[in-house]
Design a protein around this ligand. Sequence first.
Ligand code: PMV
Length: 344
Amino acid sequence: MEKLSVSWSSPSNIALVKYWGKIPHQIPCNPSVSFTLKNSLTIMDVEAEKTNAGEIQVDFFFEGKINEKFKSKIVKFLESERERFDWITNYKLTIKSENTFPHSSGIASSASSMSALCLSLLSLDEKITGVKTQTEDFYKEASDLSRRASGSAGRSVYPYLVSWGEIDSVVGSSNLFAAPVNKADIHPMFHDYCDSIMIVDAAEKSVSSRAGHSLMDSHPFRELRYKRAHENLEKLLSAMKEGKMEDFISIVEEDALMLHALMMTSTPSFILLKPMSLLLIEKIRDYRAKTNIPVCFTIDAGPNIHLLYPKAHETAVKEWLAMEFKDLRIIHDETGPGPVKIKD
Ligand code: PMV
């Protein structure tokens, strides 16, 4: 029987202006922008064996073990993409996936895993149909497909800094697919950025992002949030172009706190921050005020704090972290080059 296989590694990303709230077909209610991470990767190997079974068949292994929960997510996604991949019911897929970062660590594993899956599917599609897509179109479709699989995953297919959603200042960024921000347009002080993830609580989050997005449908601050997110994104990009560190810090922190303020003020209300998250925020702001080292924080939908700072300050910041937070688990990451095809 014909057997084909491909492997991709794809990174997670951390949003600076957050996507929160969507309309059907995974269309975001506001544009967002994220740093693509370097070390937090999913490495995925997908093998397709011709069976002509006439139904979707998947074996899914996560870190060497069968994982039915992920498998059912993938099968559901493949069902929804039957038309795009008309060969999908003729092949049995064996998917082996591994993450280079721990599970439930405040690093978005759905962004890295779903983008790795979509890149692999498109590579398989090229092999099966014999139609090779131009590189630019390949990544555009990978972003569109990854978005449909898991919203923010659409941003993971590009390097460094990536926007998704309708926004004037990034060419190609749309609600359907993300687009890379040209690094040459960004001030060098933002070129190499570290993200040290301070793990407050590694437990599975109590409210899924899907439930969180849907609470925005009837949120009293909905319109205000979307207006502010647009403004924040435009301001953030110009601060990054012009090298305005203070503006960068105030927008990034405001947007993270706004995400959590929206959660706290939705109906029902929910609070993902822990007392320790607030303590860390206070310590980060103190350290910045005392040393003038431009550290700032962002937070995803969870209690863990992402400490962002220019790589030029890495030694000093890491020394501070090691001294001040001896008992805290910290995962160090930084901006990275995006997905890599490992095997074709
Ligand atoms: O892609 P989702 O549905 O997991 O939502 C992501 C939501 C945030 O991580 C909070 C923000 C973002 O833009 O990544």
